[in-house]
Design a protein around this ligand. Structure first.
Ligand SMILES: Nc1ncnc2c1ncn2[C@@H]1O[C@H](COP(=O)(O)OP(=O)(O)O)[C@@H](O)[C@H]1O
Ligand SMILES: [Mg+2]
Length: 266
C-alpha cells in the first residue's frame, strides 16, 4: 500500500519464558484505514495488540506510533502517546456502578481540566455517534451487550483519538449486533478518519470492514493484503482458515470407520 503509515512495527519479538510468541513481526498500519489482524486462536493477536498499546514490552524490535518509538519509553512521554489512541477491550469493561454518561466521561475527566458542562456536551456527542442518544442515565445492567459495547466505543473515542484498537469487537454478540458494531467501525473510519486496528478471527466481519488484512500464524506475519487479495490467496493455510476448515487433515472418516469396525467386531 502507498498510504502514509501511522504505526510501523519492526522485527517485534516476544518470549514468555523460553516460548517465542511473536517471532519477528514487521508491518505497517496505514493512516485513516481499517487494518484487521487475523489468525487462529493462540497465534499471538492479543499479545501483539498489547504491545501496540504499551501494555507489554517486547524482547526485540521497534514500535513507531505517529513517528515515536514506544519501546522502552518512559511513563510521561508514553502517556502523551496514549492520548492519541483509544481501546475497545474484549468484553466492554464498563464500570457497573457508573451511569453510561459517567463511563464515557471517565477518560475526559482523567486527562483534561474541562468543566462539567463541556464534558456533558462531549459525552452527548459521543453517545450520538454510537447511536445511544438519550441513554446517558442508564446503568450498565439496564442495557444489552451490544449497547454496552457501543458505550465502550463512545468511551474509546471520548478524547478524539487518531487511532482506535479493537480486540475481537464482535465476541459474545449475536450476528446482527456484531454487524452493527462493524458498521460503527466503518462509520468512525470513514466519517472521522480514525485509524482502526481490529483483531479478529471472525472472517465475515474481517472481510466486511478491512482495508488491509494482516494474517498472523504462530507469531509470524503470513500475508498482508486487501480483502480481495486475501480472498484469492494461494497460501493453503489461509485458504483453510478463511473457509473455516479444520487445520491439517483431521481423519474424521477414518475415526468413524474405526468406530464402526469396533462395533461390528463385538
Ligand atoms: N502473559 C502471558 N504469559 C505467558 N504466555 C502468554 C501470555 N500471554 C499470552 N501468552 C501465550 O501466547 C500465545 C498467544 O496468545 P494470544 O496473543 O492471547 O493469542 P490470540 O489472541 O491470537 O488468541 C498463547 O499461546 C498464550 O498462551
Ligand atoms: Mg485474543
Amino acid at each position: 500500500m502507498q498510504e502514509k503509515s501511522i504505526i510501523s512495527v519492526r522485527n517485534l519479538v516476544k518470549r514468555f519464558g523460553n516460548r517465542v510468541v511473536l517471532e519477528g513481526i514487521t508491518l505497517e498500519i496505514p493512516e485513516g484505514k481499517i487494518s484487521v489482524i487475523m489468525g487462529g486462536s493462540g497465534c499471538g493477536k492479543s499479545t501483539f495488540l498489547r504491545h501496540l498499546i504499551g501494555l507489554y514490552q517486547p524482547d526485540e524490535g521497534e514500535i513507531l506510533i505517529d513517528g515515536q518509538n514506544i519501546v522502552g519509553l518512559a511513563e510521561r512521554p508514553m502517556n502523551a502517546v496514549k492520548r492519541k489512541f483509544g481501546m475497545l477491550f474484549q468484553g466492554a469493561a464498563l464500570f457497573n456502578s457508573l451511569t453510561v454518561a459517567e463511563n464515557v466521561a471517565l477518560p475526559i475527566r482523567e486527562h483534561t481540566d474541562l468543566s462539567d458542562e463541556i464534558i456533558k456536551i462531549i459525552v452527548k456527542v459521543k453517545l450520538e455517534l454510537v447511536g445511544l442518544t438519550g441513554f446517558e442515565n442508564f446503568m450498565p445492567h439496564q442495557i444489552s451487550g451490544g449497547m454496552k459495547k457501543r458505550v465502550a466505543l463512545a468511551r474509546a473515542i471520548a478524547l478524539d483519538p487518531k487511532i482506535v484498537f479493537y480486540d475481537e469487537p464482535g465476541a459474545g454478540l449475536d450476528p446482527i449486533t456484531a454487524s452493527m458494531i462493524d458498521q460503527l467501525i466503518l462509520d468512525l473510519s470513514r466519517k472521522l478518519k480514525i485509524t482502526s486496528v481490529v483483531v479478529s478471527h471472525e472472517m465475515k466481519s474481517a472481510f466486511r470492514i478491512a482495508d488491509q488484512m494482516i494474517v498472523l500464524h504462530r507469531g509470524k506475519v503470513l500475508e498482508v493484503g486487501t480483502g480481495p487479495q486475501i480472498q484469492n490467496t494461494k497460501n493453503p493455510y489461509i485458504r483453510q482458515f478463511i473457509n473455516g476448515e479444520p487445520e491439517g487433515a483431521i481423519p474424521f472418516i477414518q475415526t468413524s470407520d474405526a468406530y464402526l469396525k469396533g462395533l461390528l467386531q463385538n
